[in-house]
Design a protein around this ligand. Structure first.
Ligand code: FES
Length: 142
């Protein structure tokens, strides 16, 4: 899509970022841009944790590639405090830290490599959707 078309129709920035991040013409293999579509969490509609509006602390300003098995259920760290990023290690349960955010349980459709969000601001939890490229994320102090 040409930039003039994007500007004329005033498409949302979020949509534009996803198109850029998952574009097939992207060259970097060390980035989420090598993926063609944002995967779907098969457990998305089966939990209330996904309804949490708040985002966690930024752990890193770029995604992390992880090999996932379609037979397994994973828990993605939303609070940003886990020592096993991008997955949950139970740190949110420490009562002294007073963390209200819960992890996002997820399953994938196919076994393979996936880019998981580490900025904790994706709108497609737990998968990177390019949100980390926004200026307010890149400018944030970790
Ligand atoms: S790391 Fe890419 S959206 Fe969070």
């Amino acid at each position: 899509m040409k930039m003039s078309v994007i500007l004329r129709h005033k498409l949302p920035t979020q949509w534009l970022l996803k198109q850029i991040c998952y574009s097939t013409s992207a060259k970097s293999s060390n980035d989420a841009a090598s993926a063609k579509t944002i995967p779907k969490n098969l457990l998305e509609d089966k939990q209330t944790a996904n309804l949490q509006k708040e985002n966690g602390a930024i752990f890193d300003k770029r995604p992390f590639k992880l090999h996932l098995d379609k037979e397994k259920t994973y828990s993605w760290c939303l609070c940003g405090k886990s020592k096993s990023q991008p997955l949950c290690d139970g740190t949110h349960k420490n009562e002294f830290l007073k963390i209200k955010l819960r992890p996002i349980r997820f399953k994938v459709e196919k076994t393979g490599d996936y880019w998981l969000c580490n900025c904790k601001h994706t709108t497609h939890r737990p998968f990177c959707d390019g949100t980390h490229k926004q200026q307010h994320i890149q400018d944030a102090v970790k």
